[in-house]
Design a binder for this molecule. Structure first.
Ligand SMILES: C[S@@+](CC[C@H](N)C(=O)[O-])C[C@H]1O[C@@H](n2cnc3c(N)ncnc32)[C@H](O)[C@@H]1O
Length: 300
């Protein structure tokens, strides 16, 4: 099990510390893609997970372990439902924005998100992806190996989001003055509240009218003790992933700084799609997933 404690300026690989969470959520998308009633189709997720080379963390192995481990079954259901809802909802907004002339996207903390390769983009679209160097490098290599051919121009930007990532993004070709779709999916809990605020302020400084920002967050602060999922079964300890669990209300901040932001519980997305009954009937898991909100903000 990884027991890396967080620190300012810490770095990771795709299998260690926060990097491993990118692997876990890709595993969730791979498992969802395998379902007969899948809400999403991510044809790259399984290849990305397998390429990380962790024999304990493959779709086959975790599904087999779940067969005689009810706790693992619940954890996988939680992960799969969460990723299905999050991916579905965000994909819908991204596709709509791209169809309505938004041709520049920035995926902050892109991890193993394969949207750049799997979404059919309008001509002239550029997708920037920002993550730590080892994570970006791993994904670039695997997408190349599997012959992914994005219909957008995909630009990798290796940078820490606690550093001056905007300069790195501009150097990579980002244009300040065009409406942009910004995504910060699965990122905020791994940043200190001050870094979360700085991130949103930086985005706001280069988000003209027509820009959209989506992120996921929790209603109320995260107490790792409440996030009592069997993360150890996936080789991570929840307590070791957070630097500071103080509260920052992203939606309120956005509404105070020129955005019109609304939020939607992940469980609503599941309910609308006839899913999530198993997880919401379990008191412990229901309490966790019930807090997760998807925030959509529009710049007017
Ligand atoms: C849970 S994963 C989410 C990945 C991706 N957005 C997705 O939903 O599939 C968290 C990601 O945040 C990235 N991340 C967290 N803190 C970061 C930081 N300070 N700088 C750059 N990337 C960071 C990690 O490397 C990891 O890829």
């Amino acid at each position: 099990m990884q027991t890396n404690q967080r620190s300012d300026g810490d770095q990771w690989t795709i299998t260690s510390s926060v990097g491993r969470t990118a692997l876990l959520v890709a595993l969730g998308r791979a498992l969802e893609t395998r379902r007969d009633d899948a809400l999403i189709d991510d044809p790259f997720a399984e290849s990305l997970v397998l390429a990380a080379g962790d024999a304990d963390l493959t779709p086959d192995v975790v599904e087999e372990r779940a067969q005689d481990d009810p706790e693992m079954t619940r954890s996988l259901e939680f992960l799969t439902d969460m990723m299905a809802a999050r991916t579905l909802r965000i994909d819908d907004e991204i596709r709509a924005a791209n169809a309505h002339n938004c041709r520049q996207l920035v995926l902050l903390a892109s991890g193993l998100d394969a949207r750049a390769a799997r979404i059919p983009w309008a001509p002239g679209t550029t997708v920037f992806e920002v993550d730590q160097p080892a994570v970006i490098g791993f994904k670039d290599e695997v997408l190349d190996e599997v012959g992914a051919s994005p219909s957008a121009t995909r630009v990798s930007v290796a940078c820490d989001l606690r550093d001056d990532w905007l300069t790195a993004l501009r150097t990579a070709g980002f244009a300040d003055d065009v409406p942009t779709f910004w995504l910060a999916e699965g990122l905020l809990p791994y940043l200190r509240p001050a870094d979360q605020e700085r991130l949103l302020a930086t985005i706001t400084s280069v988000a003209p009218t027509g820009s959209v920002l989506m992120l996921d967050t929790t209603s109320g602060p995260i107490d790792p003790a409440d996030w009592d999922i069997d993360a150890s079964g996936f080789g991570v300890t929840v307590e070791d992933l957070f630097l500071d669990t103080g509260e920052f209300d992203a939606r309120a901040w956005l509404n105070d700084h020129g955005w019109s932001a609304s939020s939607e519980p992940v469980v609503s997305v599941l309910g609308e799609n006839g899913r999530g009954n198993g997880i919401t009937s379990d008191e412990r898991y229901s309490a966790m997933i019930g807090k997760v909100q998807i925030v959509t903000a529009r710049r007017s």
